[in-house]
Design a protein around this ligand. Structure first.
Ligand code: PHE
Length: 462
């Protein structure tokens, strides 16, 4: 796009926008259940170590590449390598990946919006009915909700970086924190809540095995929005004087704090609803938890706090998840939008409309993957089971390509852009980082064991 590159208006705006990207459905539901099932405090400890020791340096690398190149990921790889074809491929991967993840994330956000609508209108009985979810995801109403969600994303993104993304983050993120804290206070004052807290937090190191370790690291990587080109793109909207290591630390800390706090909401809620909960019942996926398990709790609340109270709690919960999902969706969709603007000189509205249409087409395929249309429901089969279009997008992009993209950025900053350039870029604007032990740690790890670990995860899932 001609003219000066858009920028975030303030440091806090950038941090909230990046944290808005990071805080998503994964934090609010995926993390708490994963932690509770897989060793409680032991999982937490391991997760925190992964965030600090592996994910944080990758986030810093992504942000500094963006800030240095002042380009979308495709443009950044091309610019810093004089158009080397193999690195352009990495660039392509880091804009196709976010687009495809946006496809399935949009579908889930649409479901959340639908449930929010039903909660606000007091239809808790409907939501708690075990058949509702299956019917709901195959109902034509979904497409109306999809139009609304896309309209919201469009409105935010067409405002641009400062007036759109930053403004939305400054509004939605504080609201999200307040709602989360309110729900935690409410849940912790319910009977038997402490049983949930101890189930969540008491460490059980015997649960930690290779697959739990792999899962924790993948979860941390996804939760921090890494490997999707997002931090490169957002990094391209900050100036050279901003402190990347410090900002990245705050984003990682916020993301982890929200995930941790969400556990203090979800698990006590489960235990106070059913004091005899046994861990096996928590085999729910995030999706099952949000759309079938928790609605039962909301309905049961009616007996203690009445119809109005229960509807209010349910509405706050779905609004919380919706806000978290919207800021993530905005960030991920901004990546291909930025690429079209940077690489093809498209105006923002034009890029948004073209990509929006593509997004709708693919998302409709996904939405039709649950029985609506057999072609999409049984798109192909592998690993001994029929796989839908939705499954494929999820398995390929979420499970496999993310660690690959992480691996590529590490190799890129270490061996192509070169370590001393990363080093210099990270020091720029960050007096506290310069000369610290953390700097030495990042310097050593980004080109050695971090990519090695990401390569292992990648090979493992392939
Ligand atoms: N960090 C997000 C989450 O935890 C993941 C995500 C980011 C998904 C951006 C889509 C887009 O849910």
């Amino acid at each position: 796009m001609s003219g000066a590159r858009e920028q975030f208006g303030s440091r806090i705006g950038f941090i909230l926008a990046a944290a808005g990207s990071a805080v998503g459905i994964g934090n609010l539901v995926g993390f708490p259940v994963g932690a509770a099932k897989n060793g409680g405090g032991a999982f937490l400890l391991m997760y925190a170590i992964f965030v600090a020791a592996i994910c944080l340096p990758v986030m810093m690398a992504e942000m500094s590449v963006g800030r240095y190149a002042k380009k979308d990921p495709l443009g950044a790889y091309a610019k810093l390598t004089d158009n080397a074809p193999q690195w352009k491929l990495a660039g392509w991967l880091s804009i196709i990946t976010p687009f495809m993840i946006a496809v399935f994330y949009l579908v889930i956000t649409v479901w959340i919006f639908g449930y929010l609508f039903e909660a606000v209108t007091g239809n808790l009985e409907l939501l708690a009915n075990p058949d509702t979810f299956g019917t709901f995801i195959n109902s034509p109403t979904l497409f109306i909700y999809m139009a609304v969600v896309l309209g919201i994303v469009y409105l935010i993104l067409q405002g641009g970086v400062k007036q759109g993304i930053e403004k939305a983050a400054k509004l939605l993120m504080p609201a999200l924190f307040v709602m989360l804290v309110l729900l935690v206070i409410f849940v912790l004052t319910q009977d038997n809540a402490m049983a949930g807290v101890s189930f969540y937090l008491v460490p059980d190191f015997s649960k930690i095995n290779a697959s739990v370790i792999n899962g924790a690291l993948s979860q941390a990587f996804f939760s921090l929005s890494l490997g999707m080109g997002i931090m490169i793109t957002y990094g391209s909207y900050i100036d050279q004087q901003s402190d990347v290591p410090q900002s990245a630390k705050l984003v990682a800390l916020t993301d982890t704090a929200v995930a941790f706090t969400a556990g203090l909401m979800i698990l006590p809620a489960i235990f106070s609803f059913n004091p005899n909960t046994n861990p096996a019942e928590l085999s729910e996926s995030s999706i099952g938890m949000i759309f079938t398990f928790l609605p039962k709790i909301f309905l049961a609340l009616q007996t203690s706090i009445g119809f109005f109270g229960a509807s209010l709690v349910a509405s706050i919960f779905f609004l919380l998840v919706f806000f978290a999902a919207i800021t993530s969706l905005v960030s991920i969709f901004e990546v291909p939008v930025a690429a079209l603007m940077d690489e093809k000189d498209y105006s923002r509205p034009r890029a948004l409309v073209i990509l929006g249409i593509l997004l709708v087409v693919f998302s409709v395929f996904c939405a039709l993957s649950f029985g609506f249309v057999t072609f999409f429901t049984e798109f192909t089969s592998y690993a001994g089971a029929p796989k839908s279009f939705f499954d494929i997008v999820y398995d390929v992009f979420y499970d496999t390509i993310l660690p690959l993209n992480g691996l590529l950025i590490c190799l890129f900053v270490s061996y192509r852009w070169k370590r001393h350039n990363l080093h210099k870029a990270l020091e720029t604007g960050s007096p506290n980082y310069k000369g610290s032990w953390f700097e030495r740690y990042v310097d050593i790890s980004v080109g050695t064991f971090i990519p090695l670990i990401l390569a292992l995860i990648f090979i493992n899932t392939v």
